[in-house]
Design a protein around this ligand. Structure first.
Ligand code: ADP
Ligand code: MG
Length: 585
């Protein structure tokens, strides 16, 4: 084939491949344009997960009628005019690519009016062909309508997931933008149903309310407000307390100069700041805004502009890391406790020097539960009593809970340490799988149906998984907009708090998160359910409860590994302990 210049429509479609990955990318570009136009209120209407329609309406500056045909041309922008401008760019857009890209893969219509124009004007693009601009009624501001996304790019359509999943991404996108611009009012509707309605935040309390609405009220209640200036860098936002950490990374929100970014450098720096206070496999929850001179950061690193490059990455990394560390340290009265959350047993034969009595208390804060009297070792004359038969069980008899994370037990051979969440998660997962495989899962009818208020799109997600949920014993249906009703729950989960569990499950599934399983979607639902229903860290357990879990583990297949393949328990034999203490030598 000879070298030739590609037709311009094809160039646009190639560019669109980078800018418009899925419906949520269109929403992002349109809302960013509205924010760049100084909108105070932005309304997004979406139909069929964004595939049928995305309409974003704003009350910003509007586009002059004469410029409308230019707005949809490639490399046409009102935001920069020179390389200098690019270096100091303060707007979210600047590449002049979004509208032409969208127009090349969908049917587009823009209606707009500026404050000094007597009337509005609209222009349409269909099949890559722009129509003539013509007069149209419109208040000051802009409405952009995108219909039939990817209608002419079948390859792209194949990558699009279900309506509910795509809408989940759209909702996530709008939430991130709404966190970035709290002073702007946002409304989002899907298939005519209202999903989000966020008034403009006028003060700090209202900003916190918006964060609570999006990230969760419990996050704000368990977060530290940070506000720090480190050299040229201003850092502000909320850092979730270590106890609010999650096993998923879905609640990290990072903004650089008002732009939502996914940046490994920043995420790494924040993590490092948490390093002493988080245990393995947990992720902090945070909303962090970084502000710095535009010249110190290059936002032109990627067409979708979700990545940035810092001129001095090391300095930014260190500043963020130290700021986070400082903020967390300031509120920790007992810094030793979280750091010691891991039980570090020195390798046999390499015993470290015996710690002083003060440190023993701090490091091994081993508390005994209410029923501690049942402990043989603590009962005078216990030695005379015959060994309880339970000691012959593989996982033995529970003694205590360590730091709300581990169960300590003794069996005939020595000490057993169990990771209680991981173990319980495995037990539940195997139990759910077993129920799933039977024709009549053990379930409990609720005396009174439980009404669970949920955002509509999350109800959609749960109903998508309805067949799987019914197979494990749930019975649920949509009662009214925003309300799910639950009539039956699986017997294995019946004792838990079901409403928050379902809400969490919906959120995990909507975000494309949750526990992934090779065995497919059903197991993902079950795995995520097990993870969410499992006893979480810091739940106090009584000794009988701990014993119950140990017995369940003994009867559960694969109970020695958690659902992510990590061990759920370990043992230290009496012989190893003897060696540690140089006994019997
Ligand atoms: P960019 O945002 O990178 O400039 P776009 O293709 O997204 O490129 O938009 C092209 C131009 O159209 C913008 O520079 C802006 O002048 C105008 N525009 C787009 N959307 C809006 C809007 N909602 N309000 C005002 N002007 C807009
Ligand atoms: Mg733009």
């Amino acid at each position: 084939m000879p070298i030739r210049i590609l037709p311009s429509g094809l160039i646009d479609q190639i560019a669109a491949g980078e800018v418009v990955e899925r419906p949520a990318s269109v929403v992002k570009e349109l809302v960013e344009n509205a924010l760049d136009a100084g909108a105070r209120r932005i309304e997004a209407d979406v139909e069929a997960g964004g595939l049928r329609l995305i309409r974003v309406r704003d009350d910003g500056s509007g586009i002059p009628a004469a410029e409308l045909p230019l707005a949809i041309q490639r490399h046409a922008t009102s935001k920069i005019a020179s390389l200098d401008d690019l270096e100091t760019v303060g707007t979210l857009g600047f590449r002049g690519e979004a509208l032409p890209s969208i127009a090349s893969v969908a049917r587009l219509r823009i209606t707009s009016r500026t404050a000094d124009a007597p009337a509005g004007c609209e222009i349409g693009v269909d099949g890559g062909e722009a129509g003539e601009p013509r007069a149209a009624a419109h208040p000051v501001g802009t409405t952009v309508e995108v219909r039939d996304l990817f209608y002419n790019v079948p390859a792209r359509r194949r990558f699009v997931r279900s309506e509910a999943t795509e809408f989940g991404h759209i909702a996530g996108t709008v939430e991130r933008l709404a966190l970035a611009a709290p002073r702007v009012a946002f409304r989002l509707r899907h298939n005519g149903r209202e999903i989000l309605d966020l008034p403009a935040a006028v003060d700090e309390a209202a900003v916190a309310a918006r964060v609570a609405r999006i990230v969760g009220a419990e996050f704000v209640a368990r977060a530290l407000k940070v506000e720090q200036q480190v050299g040229p860098l201003r850092l502000s936002g909320w850092l979730g307390l270590p106890t609010a950490a999650r096993s998923l990374t879905d609640l990290l929100f990072c903004f650089v100069n008002g732009r939502a970014v996914r940046d490994r450098l920043l995420a790494g720096a924040v993590r490092l700041g948490y390093r002493d206070v988080l245990y393995q496999g947990r992720h902090p929850v945070y909303v962090l805004h970084l502000a710095l001179d535009a010249r110190l950061v290059d936002v032109n690193a990627h067409p979708a502009k979700t990545e940035v490059r810092f001129r001095d990455p090391r300095a930014v990394h260190d500043a963020v890391f130290r700021a986070v560390e400082r903020a967390l340290a300031a509120t920790r009265p007992d810094a030793a406790v979280p750091a010691a959350a891991r039980l570090d047993l020195p390798a046999a034969g390499h015993a470290s020097p015996a710690p002083g009595p003060g440190r023993v208390a701090a490091e091994l804060e081993l508390w005994r539960t209410a029923s501690a009297a049942a402990l043989p070792a603590a009962t005078p004359g216990a030695a005379a009593v015959a060994e309880p038969p339970v000691l012959a069980q593989p996982l033995g008899q529970a003694l205590a809970q360590l730091h709300g994370l581990y169960i300590l037990a003794q069996n005939a051979g020595g000490l057993i340490v169990v990771d209680m969440h991981a173990a319980h998660e495995r037990v539940l997962y195997e139990a759910l799988k077993a129920q799933y495989a039977t024709a009549t899962p053990a379930a409990q009818w609720l005396l009174e149906p439980l009404v669970v208020p949920l955002p509509e799109h999350e109800i959609d997600i749960l109903l998508e998984a309805q067949a799987d949920l019914e197979k494990v014993g749930f019975e649920l249906e949509r009662l009214a907009p925003g309300e799910l009703v639950l009539r039956r729950v699986p017997a294995v989960l019946a004792s838990g708090e079901i409403a928050p569990l379902l809400a969490q499950l919906a959120r995990d599934l909507a975000g494309g998160h949750g526990t992934h399983h090779l065995e497919g979607a059903a197991h993902r639902v079950l795995g995520t359910l097990a993870c969410r229903a499992a006893i979480h860290a810091h739940r106090r357990l009584t000794l009988p409860e701990m014993d119950t879990l140990l017995r369940q583990m003994e009867q559960t297949e694969r109970a020695s590994q958690c659902n992510h393949g990590r061990p759920t328990w370990t043992r230290v034999s009496l012989a190893e302990l003897d060696q540690l203490f140089l006994r019997g030598r």
